[in-house]
Design a protein around this ligand. Structure first.
Ligand code: CXF
Ligand code: ZN
Length: 375
């Protein structure tokens, strides 16, 4: 079938929205009509070329849509089902899925190649048949996508997919970092560095967990205004002076530091943002590294002696350490009840044709929490 997709041919060159031929779903796959996709900041690593992928590629990994057709052997989704596409697959069969770590599923090893699980592509440029690569098995910057059963979670059909799509990556990552990985208890304190889509979801998770102090740090005042709306009790503008930020955190916590810090800065991650997160925590506190920084960066600005002397912990968190097959339906229910606010996280809605503007907005940093493309 023919559809439109946004294709990245070269790093930093505008994506081309063009006609693409899509093959039918094979065994274990489904054809999904995309209804909405969030523009997650992680795509920018591939756009800038900091992280390499096979090109040309159809990016996008925070989508939701409706199943139109299923391939052989598919049993957990059927035509008509509304689904959230998850940026990580979970086969339900491997060691990791069986030990409560679906974010570590063995299928993840096949994501980097840019093909479907069987090592082939379903997407070809319409005008000449040129093969296109998939992204994280979901390629959501397209009107339709072939998606493995392992990367779909069925959701109710009466809630807007323009909001539920955020559960496919950003919301689950940030909210899960606060509630699964940190497991914040009532009265505990947290510093959140970076208040984009993930950081704001973490603020919501911290608030719902009953955190005593939620200190949000960002370079952009607009994002701190949003953070306060979602429940931050204190906000600090990072004016690129770590000592100043540290001093403010010390004052807010009466010289103790926070129980947790979480770093969500992503492609702008730097020694500065990591240093803030490390210094923010108290003796024995835990720093969670959630945002994915540049692959080229190989060092942390942290003195091993300080780590030991202060008995601090550093913990990597992937996809919010979520049990996403059961957590996403739980979050859907919380959204339905008004406990989770997705509506105010979406600061712009756009069309697929606006994808390059959306990327520019992400790079500008101050303009958005989450942009959603509606098909
Ligand atoms: C990222 C993790 C690294 C690959 C791309 C997606 N996660 C969320 O944005
Ligand atoms: Zn993402």
């Amino acid at each position: 079938m023919r559809m439109k997709a946004a294709v990245l041919y070269e790093p930093r060159k505008p994506l081309v929205v063009e006609e693409v031929e899509l093959d039918p779903p094979r065994a274990g796959e489904a054809l999904v009509k995309m209804v909405a996709t969030g523009v997650c900041h992680s795509d920018i690593h591939y756009y800038t070329g900091d992280q390499k992928r096979q090109l040309p590629v159809v990016l996008g990994h925070e989508g939701a849509g409706i199943v139109e057709k299923v391939g052989e052997g598919v049993t957990t989704v059927k035509p008509g089902d509304h689904v959230v596409l998850t940026f990580l697959p979970s086969c339900g069969k491997c060691h990791w899925c069986h030990t409560g770590q679906p974010n570590m599923c063995d299928l993840g090893a096949k994501l980097r190649a840019g093909f479907m699980i069987d090592g082939t592509t379903r997407m070809h440029r319409a005008k000449d048949g040129l093969d296109l690569h998939h992204f994280l098995f979901v390629s959501t910057y397209a009107q339709y996508s072939i998606v493995p059963e392992a990367s779909m979670v069925v959701v109710p059909d009466w809630l807007p997919l323009e909001r539920l799509c955020l559960f496919g990556c950003g919301f689950t990552t940030g909210f899960g970092a606060a509630t699964n990985a940190a497991h914040i208890r009532p009265g505990e304190t947290v510093t959140i560095v970076g208040c984009g889509g993930l950081g704001l979801a973490a603020v919501q998770g911290a608030k719902l967990s009953g955190a005593g102090k939620i200190i949000a740090v960002d370079v952009h005042e607009e994002k701190l205004t949003l953070a306060r709306k979602f429940g931050a009790t204190h906000t600090i503008v990072n004016r690129h002076n770590v000592d100043e930020v540290f001093k403010e955190i010390q004052e807010i916590t009466w010289g103790v530091g926070t129980d947790y810090s979480m770093e969500f800065v992503g492609f702008d991650q730097s020694d500065e943002t990591l240093d803030i997160a490390f210094r923010a925590i108290r003796k024995g506190g835990t720093m969670l590294m959630v945002g994915v920084g540049a692959l080229s960066k190989k060092t942390l600005p942290i003195s091993p002696a300080d780590l030991t002397h202060w008995r601090k912990r550093i913990h990597g968190v992937l996809f919010g350490d979520a049990q996403f097959r059961t957590d996403i339906p739980r979050y859907v229910d919380m959204y339905h009840k008004g406990q989770i606010n997705l509506d105010d996280m979406v600061t712009q809605e756009m069309r697929l044709e606006d994808i390059n503007t959306a990327f520019e907005n992400v790079l500008a940093g101050n303009k958005v929490a989450r942009q959603v493309i509606r098909f």
